[in-house]
Design a protein around this ligand. Structure first.
Ligand SMILES: [Fe+2]
Length: 280
């Protein structure tokens, strides 16, 4: 049977993709950030070796815009190309999907009363490709298949943290009932604290971010009860992306163990957070 073996949380700041694409990893500004992912890159390639990643991210007006705003969307395609976000598509490999698993998860979630939007064709932007670069470096071909799971956190109202956590629990049930023997990871991306516009632009909240990382570990489910207004007040307008980490956490079950953790400020104007969790 398929099983979820680990969860990863990480920021997906677009500038990290630029730093990777233009070989800036050793420059003093970027080095401490990339160093914090070194443990994970080694662990992924030598130990964890997942077959598939369910990659929870948000699209940034690349595949969706104000004409179409799915709250939760699942990619069921064979492959996805990197999106052109204004400077041409990133020169990273195409992302290979896993249609059989994706359709199984879609069916399971919908019958489990989560009204998913099914996507059969889309390009994927930095929200999805930057985490792949951080975890796998620069291979000719990504070493995993990916099931993209896109969440609306760009246009009000985004889903509640509690709903995201419950969706994670339902994803776990879906994966557990897929008959093929697959090693599946789930990643939650985005955040951490950042605000890109207005008088509070540049806001970072280290204490709050680290409290959030603390509470992903162990058996507390306190994070699912954080209201949107708290994310806005404490982590800035774009900190709401962190609800996507709760889909990952919900899918790991009651208790988690932390394998690796990293936090750095700033990358561009964002706090970088990264955590690797194992279900216990
Ligand atoms: Fe984002």
């Amino acid at each position: 049977m398929a099983r979820i073996t680990a969860g990863i949380g990480c920021s997906h700041v677009p500038a990290l993709g630029v730093a990777s694409d233009f070989d800036k990893e050793e420059e003093p500004y970027w080095k401490p950030i990339f160093d914090g992912f070194e443990w994970t890159r080694k662990w992924e390639s030598e130990e964890a070796r997942p077959d598939v990643v369910i990659l929870v991210y948000n699209d940034h007006a690349s595949a969706f815009d104000m004409n179409l705003i799915p709250t939760f969307a699942i990619g069921c395609a064979e492959r996805y190309s990197p999106a052109d976000e204004g400077w041409g598509p990133r020169k990273v490999p195409d992302v290979e999907g896993h249609p059989d698993l994706a359709w199984h998860i879609a069916q399971s979630l919908i019958l489990d009363e989560f009204d998913m939007t099914i996507i059969n064709e889309m390009d994927v932007d930095h929200g999805l490709t930057v985490p792949l670069s951080m975890m796998f470096g620069k291979p000719d071909k990504w070493p995993v298949k990916v099931v993209p799971l896109a969440v609306n956190v760009v246009t009000y109202p985004p889903p509640s943290g509690n709903r995201c956590w419950a969706l994670g629990e339902a994803i776990r049930r879906a994966v557990d009932s897929f008959p093929e023997d697959l090693n599946v990871q789930i990643w939650g991306t985005g955040g951490m604290s950042h605000q890109l516009q207005g008088p509070r632009a540049g806001l970072i909240n280290r204490e709050w971010d680290n409290g959030f990382l603390d509470k992903l570990i162990g058996s507390t489910d306190e994070l699912r009860r954080i209201q949107h207004i708290e994310y806005l007040r404490e982590t800035g307008s774009e900190g709401i992306e962190m609800v996507m980490w709760l889909i990952m956490r919900g899918a790991l079950g009651k208790t988690t163990r932390c394998l690796h953790r990293h936090y750095h400020v700033p990358a561009s104007n964002t706090a970088i957070g990264h955590i690797v969790l194992e279900p216990e």
